[in-house]
Design a protein around this ligand. Structure first.
Ligand SMILES: [Zn+2]
Length: 83
């Protein structure tokens, strides 16, 4: 096995501004089986919270699993273009 030497490049990890983050919640209330109602993917966390409040008001369910996803890009330091 050969070894390759990599030059260390101190990339910065930043959120990809061209892709909207995704927020989602699922109702996990229920004793034997969980409710499973889903907010669907939203691009605004407030929209998910609003969905939760409405669902709780209608069902008295109070437990949710929340998912968050975003995209990240590696930015090379100034003066080091990606070739
Ligand atoms: Zn529910």
């Amino acid at each position: 096995m050969s070894r390759r030497l990599f030059r260390y490049v101190p990339f910065t990890i930043v959120q990809d501004a061209t892709a909207e983050p995704e927020y989602e919640a699922r109702c996990v209330s229920g004793d034997e089986s969980e409710c499973g109602a889903e907010s669907g993917v939203r691009h605004d966390p407030a929209a998910v919270e609003e969905w939760q409040r409405k669902h709780t008001q209608e069902t008295r369910h109070t437990c949710y699993r929340r998912d968050f996803a975003d995209y990240a890009v590696m930015e090379p330091p100034d003066g080091l273009g990606v070739r």
